[in-house]
Design a binder for this molecule. Structure first.
Ligand SMILES: C[S@@+](CC[C@H](N)C(=O)[O-])C[C@H]1O[C@@H](n2cnc3c(N)ncnc32)[C@H](O)[C@@H]1O
Length: 234
């Protein structure tokens, strides 16, 4: 499937993303460290601090992948941590890391979770990957209890045209090299800049969260605003 057709409809994007993460799962942790120059751990640690989890909290980590954030939340002493991801093999790798986390295969667009049953939602690189942003934010709002918190980490889509061009050009070049070297397909990691190009950016995501009833919505810029955290309350 070409990168262009991957974004031609929500269903195509869901299929592309599932296939992509099933393909790269075994190398996901390595690639994430390489592409972020080791910064990914620091950003996730900041996310966990912002989530401010307590021993009473039920935490739902969406797009949990190989479990980094879910495991960090469990080690902070949350009452229960559930990690949800659409790609079964990512969760198999997460389970292999041990830790007190329940992993569930599922879709952020239709959470298999009761209304108002979760205290904290976390997600790392989740919202940019969903086929429909509003559906996913609406599902977060549904399952969070009143006053529950959400913290989301993702790339930003920089406003400044020059910065955006340089940043996406860099990711396309490096992604192409890594994809060819590791998978024989330069498009594998070019999905990242392609998805950023179509992502509305941190300010609009914050506005969509407010539209779904979230309050105290803050955007925390990371890496000079190339990455961002969204922190909000239900
Ligand atoms: C870039 S990885 C992030 C993994 C992990 N959160 C981290 O920060 O390292 C994105 C994850 O989102 C998952 N994903 C993509 N679309 C999804 C959806 N609609 N519902 C649930 N998970 C999804 C993918 O399977 C993949 O594991």
């Amino acid at each position: 499937m070409s990168l262009e057709s991957a974004f031609s409809s929500p269903e195509q994007k869901r299929r592309h993303v599932r296939r992509l993460f099933a393909t790269i799962a075994d190398r996901y942790d390595l690639i994430t460290r390489l592409l972020s120059y080791g910064q990914d751990r620091r950003w996730k640690a900041r996310l966990v601090r912002e989530a401010n989890v307590t021993a009473d909290d039920v935490v739902l980590d969406l797009a949990s992948g190989t479990g980094d954030i879910a495991l960090m939340m469990a080690s902070r002493g949350a009452r229960r941590v559930i990690g949800l991801d659409i790609t079964h093999h990512m969760l198999e790798l997460a389970r292999g890391k041990g830790g007190d986390v329940t992993y569930v295969t599922g879709d952020m667009g239709a959470l298999p979770v009761a209304d108002a049953s979760v205290d904290v939602i976390t997600t790392g690189y989740g919202l940019r990957n969903v086929p429909d942003l509003d559906t996913a934010i609406g599902e977060m709002a549904r399952v969070l209890r009143p006053d529950g918190r959400v913290v989301s980490l993702d790339f930003n889509n920089p406003d400044h045209p020059f910065v955006r061009r340089a940043y996406l050009g860099y990711l396309t070049a490096v992604g192409g090299l890594l994809g060819r070297a590791l998978h024989g397909d330069p498009d594998t990691y070019r999905y990242i800049p392609a998805s950023i190009r179509r992502y509305p950016g941190a300010a609009i995501v914050a506005a969509r969260m407010r539209a779904h009833g979230f309050t105290d919505v803050r955007v925390v810029p990371l890496l000079f605003g190339l990455m961002s955290l969204h922190v909000a309350r239900r």
